[in-house]
Design a protein around this ligand. Structure first.
Ligand code: OTU
Length: 620
């Protein structure tokens, strides 16, 4: 039915289609052009998209228009992210609403809530085994709660990021159930193999994500009488993106959530969505085409929406998630800087910054409207595999073994209290678990000095995340110095998946102490909040301001310039460093102000205490 509203919406749609159609159609033709009935399929997809566009609310259309007019809105230096599980943070979605004031106080403008859609019954990988894209996990609330939350967040100036698990669905998702019941249409949503021939061939070149708890990439499913591709847990069935129906379903599921008010989609496991014999089945060109097509449909229906790549891959494979060639700047808007994250932890363990510098140096400049997610911790392990190429080029893999051991909890000389993840022994290179504060020495501190050093390390890493360039994402609890979860429930969960070590519920005592400088939580929180506020005033810290490494002869020093007037100095060692600013190649005639300490700075001899940082601003 034609009404003035739909006519107007359709005009907008047609305008946006004229911008997106050529790339969208080209990519979908490359992916699916050879499948029978491509033309009518594409026409039908456009009709479905037009309908979803009509269904977008007035408030969301206004947001779309505002963001189209200001496409760099998420790159501003006042942007700050916060990540948590719904239950850990607020109990349920309504409880999260009641924490909005807290988020505002901290300066948060972007909230990533880990999976809240209906999850598989039983084990669900923390919700990453999705049983329905259109229902909320019942214990967390309802769709109405989600819409109420997104409306409140919007009013508070906070965007909501939701996971969109691209690579797989739960084995009890209706598509999987239909396949198991013998429906050929849905069987083709998955990769099914009659015998082990192809799986065995693929296994030759595949990697293992959970080699200990979920070895192998295929699971025999009785009901299908087939081996099903299951990269992650056996109950997470990989979707077959070579099937155009899968693309159409996922794209529409995303847009329905966008129409409920989700602003950003974290594209979980994006690298894995395309399979090719003889490869590790990650980062395939077709995976990028799928993402580019997804972005085009997002810009068509919900142009205010951003896509964030969760691509935990080494540096050379990471930058392409922002798009390459004719699609430069037309793939993901955001991507986790996982190599910088892991390299920060390596720098802490080794008390030297060369791997971190190598990671930073090898990152190409991003497209004008692309931004990193900079972060120090998340709900997953710290994965060391992303650093393999950098370590191989800088002294060898044994460096990573030592780093992994440092965080494994077995090394008596280490200040870190963590556990190793999915590795055969403490030296194995895979991942490390633990909350930041515990990994940085809080639990093992035996003196005031050691405790102080642990606090400084936490601020040091947050300082890098806040200044490196991107949208910094805090992990719930780190702002209050929360430590590893050693509750009975968590211990039991860790037996199945060690990552539960870093997923404790919000510590309400610490939360209450946050304004009390005589408490640890208060000290940590107040200083971090000051850093966040200060950052908001420093235009050189916007995500699109250039980053230049400043080479130094001191191995523990990380020094970089941002924009025209900002310099970060970070000391990754337990010894004080003596620094002459002119030795860093900075203009000898310049005068600098230390913004964190609010003090003027001598250019010739500056003492950087153990594990401390300076935020210098050029004032003359
Ligand atoms: C993602 O992770 C999620 O963040 C994990 O929590 C899920 O278990 C997983 O997907 C499956 O949905 O490789 O690029 O700890 O870094 O599994 C995707 C290992 C991933 C994670 C890894 C990861």
């Amino acid at each position: 039915m034609s009404t003035p509203q739909t006519d107007n919406a359709d005009r907008q749609f047609d305008r946006r289609l004229s911008e997106q159609n050529s790339l969208l159609q080209h990519r979908l033709r490359q992916l699916y052009g050879h499948t029978p009935g491509f033309e009518p399929w594409y026409a039908q997809l456009l009709d479905q998209l037009r309908q979803l566009h009509r269904e977008r609310s007035t408030a969301l259309q206004a947001l779309d228009a505002a963001r189209e007019a200001d496409p760099g809105w998420f790159q501003h230096q006042t942007m700050l992210g916060y990540c948590s599980y719904v239950d850990r943070f607020g109990g349920d979605l309504q409880g999260v609403r009641s924490r909005i004031d807290y988020l505002r106080e901290l300066g948060v403008r972007y909230l990533h809530l880990l999976p809240f859609l209906r999850a598989r019954a039983g084990d669900s990988d923390g919700g990453f085994a999705v049983a329905s894209f259109d229902e909320i996990e019942p214990r967390l609330g309802s769709m109405e709660d989600l819409e109420a939350l997104t409306a409140d967040l919007r009013a508070a100036g906070i965007s909501l990021c939701s996971d969109l698990v691209l690579n797989h669905v739960a084995d009890d998702h209706p598509w999987a159930r239909a396949a198991a019941a013998g429906d050929a249409h849905h069987r083709a949503f998955f990769h099914c193999f009659a015998d082990r021939t192809e799986p065995d061939a693929y296994e030759q070149t595949l990697v293992q994500i959970f080699p200990r708890t979920a070895p192998g990439n295929f699971t025999y499913v009785e009901a299908l009488n087939a081996w099903v591709w299951t990269t992650f847990f056996p109950y997470q069935w990989d979707l077959n993106y070579a099937n155009p129906a899968v693309f159409a379903e996922i794209a529409q599921a995303m847009l329905r959530l966008a129409n409920r008010g989700v602003d950003v989609f974290r594209l979980d496991s994006a690298p894995y969505i395309w399979k090719r014999p003889g490869t590790d089945c990650r980062n395939q060109p077709e995976a990028h085409w799928v993402l580019q097509a997804l972005r085009a449909v997002a810009k068509l229906v919900a142009p205010g929406v951003l896509l964030k790549a969760e691509a935990i891959v080494p540096t050379p494979e990471l930058a392409p998630y922002f798009g390459t060639g004719d699609a430069h700047g037309r793939e993901c808007d955001l991507a986790y800087h996982s190599s910088a994250m892991a390299a920060c932890w390596a720098a802490v363990a080794e008390q030297r910054t060369d791997l971190l510098q190598s990671v930073i140096a090898s990152m190409p400049p991003l497209p004008a409207r692309g931004s990193w997610i900079t972060y120090i911790r998340c709900h997953d392990d710290i994965g060391w595999n992303v650093l393999r190429p950098d370590a191989e080029a800088n002294g060898g893999l044994q460096r990573l073994s030592k780093v992994a051991r440092f965080y494994s909890g077995v090394d008596a000389d280490s200040f870190a209290e963590g556990t190793s993840f999915q590795a055969d022994d403490a030296d194995g290179i895979h991942g490390s678990n633990g909350m930041s504060a515990s990994l940085l020495g809080r639990n093992r501190a035996r003196s005031t000095l050691e405790r102080e050093q642990a606090e400084r390390r936490l601020h040091l890493l947050h300082g890098v995340a806040l200044t490196l360039g991107g949208l910094p994402l805090l992990y719930m609890g780190d702002e209050l110095g929360m430590t590893n979860d050693d509750s009975d429930d968590s211990r039991a969960a860790q037996k199945i998946d060690g990552r539960w070590l870093q997923r404790p519920p919000l510590d309400l005592t610490r939360l209450q102490q946050r304004h009390d400088p005589d408490t640890e939580a208060g000290r940590l929180y107040q200083r971090l909040r000051n850093m966040i506020q200060l950052r908001g005033h420093l235009a050189s810290l916007s995500a699109d301001a250039p980053l230049t490494l400043l080479p130094s002869a001191q191995p523990a020093l990380l020094a970089y310039q941002r924009g025209g007037d900002f310099v970060m100095l970070a000391n990754f060692s337990s010894e004080a460093l003596q620094i002459d600013l002119s030795s860093l190649g900075l203009d000898a005639g310049a005068t600098w102000h230390d913004r964190l300490a609010n003090a003027s700075v001598s250019t010739t001899s500056l003492t950087l205490d153990a594990w401390s940082q300076r935020w210098l601003q050029r004032i003359g």
